[in-house]
Design a protein around this ligand. Structure first.
Ligand SMILES: *Cc1c(COP(=O)(O)O)cnc(C)c1O
Length: 493
């Protein structure tokens, strides 16, 4: 399998080149040259298999630069017991026809672990194939990617990880999880600005030839752990197939039945993996794109106009407080029949005017249904799901549950729906405690009280947060990112 850029007629490159590079030189994102296809028989053969086995079957064609034994070793290392609780992606029934796909049972309690426990193994193997020395992995985070990247790459020889998060743009637990991260090869700093500022700073560094040359001279290839890296996307396709096989194993669907997936969306990485799953042959009915008050994607899928020139809101679901959703570019590429010229025009429009209009190309994109929930609706949904279904859900999952309600009402569809549950509720304890019990507590106390009152075990990674020493600090301005990073790497301008 080779990979091409969404903006180019450039030469296809190998997986190891694409993973090590992160972003294409023309600013585009890498996509597979051909999308592998699975028949219903192939899918039937996945029913009842452990997560790692499904992962191998799906990853092998993308990773044919490596032999199946190497793929197996990477998958086993990523999903071994002890890293994830019993199951990587348990499927919980909420009521007839509604399921929660819980993707937060990894070490940092967010779905980002599914890809970021795998990426370090892949990255190291790709660096070796490339004969490259070390990798400097830089990432912007809206709260969960940063921690998951640092945890995944912690003490992985030949790698260093530098994370930027928006000051005042993450939950108290998310921040604490990051600033207490151990490992000599990782660093995190806050920036004055929001996630979009952090992500643009990263993209600028990845496109800065001078910066990259200085790093390379010191033996470091600069790359990204954000979902712009194709190595993040591939492992996320797996749980769509796994959930589908799980529904079939329970007898709740027959192989071939269509299933809808509802995805709380920020940078469009998770839902894009669902789109690739569909293109790979999984019987996906609709993908439902759920946004919070930053409803730039809702407007886009309803009107065909992307407009990031709008107020930015801080919401209860901070990991979705994003106005420039990078992976939408891959979706545009695929759903225009791979029209790189148009994608380039739209992305140039976005960079220049913060907006673009796809006009009648929207008609080809109606397989995505989009809706949004504001904070009041999110809180209401959290209360309702707790009272009616005795399930505690985090605010991101609640946004998706609310939008599922809208979709069922307005779309009038009655297919089984899988809601992707992207974070543990305990990452947002203070907010949830206030919503459910009407009292404001400091984060640590809120987590303990929430566990008691909801009769749930307090997850270990949250319980230990207050005891861990703070190892990272500092806030910098966007312009200071490069010098701060170079100082940390010991590489001078
Ligand atoms: C990152 C994140 C999202 C958004 O996922 P994208 O792939 O960026 O669309 C949703 N919920 C949580 C909890 C997240 O951490």
């Amino acid at each position: 399998m080779r990979f091409i850029s969404t903006r180019a007629g450039r030469q296809p490159i190998t997986l190891s080149q694409a993973v090590v590079q992160g972003l294409a030189a023309d600013g585009g994102l890498f996509v597979p040259e051909q999308i592998p296809h699975y028949t219903l028989e192939d899918i039937r053969a996945m029913v009842g298999l452990p997560y790692a086995d499904v992962a191998c079957r799906l990853l092998e064609p993308w990773m044919d630069e490596f032999c199946p034994d190497e793929v197996r070793a990477m998958v086993d290392a990523a999903y071994r017991p002890g890293r994830f609780e019993d199951d990587v992606a348990p499927l919980e029934r909420v009521d007839a026809g509604t399921y929660l796909l819980e993707l937060f049972h990894g070490p940092t309690l967010a779905f980002k672990d599914v890809a970021l426990q795998f990426l370090p193994h892949l990255m190291v193997a790709c660096l070796k194939k490339q004969g490259a020395g070390g990798a400097l992995v830089i990432a912007a985070t809206s709260g969960d990617t940063g921690k998951a990247a640092m945890e995944g790459f912690c003490d992985v020889a030949g790698t260093r990880v530098f994370v930027l998060y928006p000051d005042a743009g993450v939950s108290p637990s998310q921040r604490r999880q990051m600033v207490t991260q151990r490992g000599d090869n990782v660093a995190v700093t806050a920036i004055q600005g929001n996630f979009d500022d952090a992500q643009s700073a990263i993209k600028r560094l990845l496109a800065d030839e001078g910066f990259k040359a200085r790093m390379q001279q010191a033996g470091w290839r600069t790359t990204s752990a954000n979902s712009i890296n194709i190595g993040r996307l591939m492992p996320q396709v797996v749980y769509y197939f796994y959930a589908y096989a799980n529904l079939a194993a329970r007898g709740d669907i027959a192989i071939g039945d269509q299933v809808d997936f509802v995805v709380p969306t920020g940078n469009f990485g998770n839902i894009l993996a669902g789109e690739y799953a569909r293109r790979m042959g999984l019987p996906v009915g609709r993908l439902v794109c759920a946004s919070n008050a930053n409803r730039v994607l809702t407007d886009f899928f309803q009107k065909g106009r992307y407009n990031a020139a709008r107020p930015f809101y801080k919401t209860l679901s901070p990991s979705m407080d994003i106005l420039v959703s990078s992976n939408l570019e891959r979706y545009l590429f695929e759903s225009t029949g791979r029209d790189a010229g148009r994608v380039r025009d739209w992305m140039e429009g976005l960079a220049r005017d913060r907006r673009y209009d796809i006009g009648d190309a929207l008609a080809g994109m109606q397989r995505i249904w989009a809706g949004s929930a504001d904070d009041e609706q999110t809180a209401q949904t959290i209360r309702q799901v707790w009272q009616q279904n005795a399930r505690l859900i985090d605010p991101h999952t609640a946004v998706a549950m609310h939008v599922l309600g809208q979709y069922r009402q307005e779309g009038g569809v009655q297919r089984p729906a899988v809601v992707l549950s992207t974070a543990s509720p305990f990452k947002f304890s203070a907010a949830l405690y206030d919503i459910l019990f009407g009292k404001q507590l400091e984060e640590g106390a809120a987590a303990r009280e929430l566990a008691l009152r909801c009769r749930l075990p307090l997850p270990g990674p949250i319980a230990e947060l207050e005891r861990l020493p703070v190892r990272h600090g500092g806030v910098c301005r966007v312009e200071q990112v490069a010098p701060v990073l170079e100082a940390w790497m010991g590489v001078g301008a």
